[in-house]
Design a protein around this ligand. Sequence first.
Ligand SMILES: O=C(O)CCC(=O)C(=O)O
Ligand SMILES: [Fe+2]
Length: 320
Amino acid sequence: MSTVNIPRLDLNSYINGNAADRKQFSDDIGRAFNQTGFVTITNHGLSKQLIDELYAQVKTLFSLPDEIKLKYEIPGLAGQRGYTGKSKETAKGFKTPDLKEFWQIGQTVTDGAVIKDLYPDNIVVDELPSFNSTTLDVYKKLEGAGKHLLQAIAVYLNLPENYFDDKVHNGNSILRTLHYFPITDLDSVPDDAVRAGAHEDINLITLLIGASADGLELLTREGAWFPVKAHGEDLVVNVGDMLQRLTNNKLKSTTHRVVNPPRDQMKNSRYSVPFFLHPKANMDLTSLASCIDEEHPKLYTDITAGEYLDERLREIGLKM
Ligand SMILES: O=C(O)CCC(=O)C(=O)O
Ligand SMILES: [Fe+2]
């Protein structure tokens, strides 16, 4: 198995460090995003207590009866808010849907900005009031951590440090709480069904809580699958297609998947919580001129984040 460098970086050294610490962090995250597209992050601002509380809520939510969960599957929202039932999402290029159900929470605009009217309201779980407040807290903290990570990435790209700030402020980010449900009758699912088929994330960057459970793997440049493991409460952070597009592939949106456990463990649930950091829909994803030269010709057509998201949601079967 080839070795893959997934550095463990301390976000506090960027936020509160001296100039040398900050430069080091920015170089490290940039290099890793250029090479493997993945890092793990410590001191990200979410306490162990908050993460434990989140997982307790997520487990309770998914243990509600299907009839109750299905009440929160709202047609017309492309799964972007509330519940998406078992086997609804299919990775691009696959025919068999993933073995998962999920619940998505979107932006809560609190500063009175008019963009509030463009976002559907979040769906409130009546049966589980603390789910709503805990996920809002987690959403805002991950949004904050993501903003700092993008500042470090902007510096690596020789952009002004605050390049992404206004683009992600009140952005269309999604917190996805995921349940890879237990399967007791293995004959009841197609042979080629997996927890999450190989895919790339759509957004700018993804911050994932809970990759401490086995299953997540990334595809190396050499074409081998490599397991991604986080220490304790660390976040796994990876590049999505929007950042890859903006940087004309300088930063790599690495293919990843969640494999099934051995057959005798398919009866056990797996939970995870990715935060897909999106900009506002009007962000221009035209590749940066500084990332285009003779050796790196322009690879992508010009598109906005909103247009690109719609195209991708249709490809994965969430939008008609
Ligand atoms: O569950 C995981 O560990 C990863 C999930 C994932 O890659 C996704 O939902 O995009
Ligand atoms: Fe993903």
